[in-house]
Design a protein. Sequence first.
Length: 214
Amino acid sequence: MKKFSVTTFSIFTCGIFILALGVSLTIISDLGASPFDALLVGLSQNVGLTVGSWEVLIACLLIGCNSCLSKQRPELLGLVTAFIAGIGIDMWLFLLNNLIEPNLWISKIAFYGLGLIAIGLGTSIYLYANFAPIPVDRLTLVLQTITRLSILFTRTIIYLVFLFAAIIFNGPIGIGTLLTICLGGLILNYFMPLIQKALDRLLQHATADSAKEI
């Protein structure tokens, strides 16, 4: 894990807010969100509370589930990720709902595409910081260890569970949901090496400038 610093936490927070922007854009596009995000929207619309609030509540549930399955202490740092993401999603949904309303198919596709790119970009940035585990990602690894199956298979199982739950709560399931599952990993794999090189250079320059000042 990278040594914690204010710069590391700033990168982490920036990535989370970009990710939250992407999630909000896919929701507003009305083409279908990822299974997890669709569940959050469905719960918000049918049970109450905000989408961001459900982000935190589901994270608490997953952290408890991970702790029971792995028989280890709860990874409470995952709540930091969920809390910042929840604030970001609620903030972006509030701002964007007052600014944009995609009615035409071309605008829906445009906002969805921008959202998918922002999700990949934001995820690659906050993963670079390596600050706090994501409960759903930790669940994937825990299940992979228990079942000794591939990560792809366990991830698919988790997606199917969230998809089924999203359908029950009438979440925004559509063509975008399928595209998120199919393209999300590819976009993330594209951004990861680019972001690592860019941020490595940025941090090296910042370290060098600080050394000169001293």
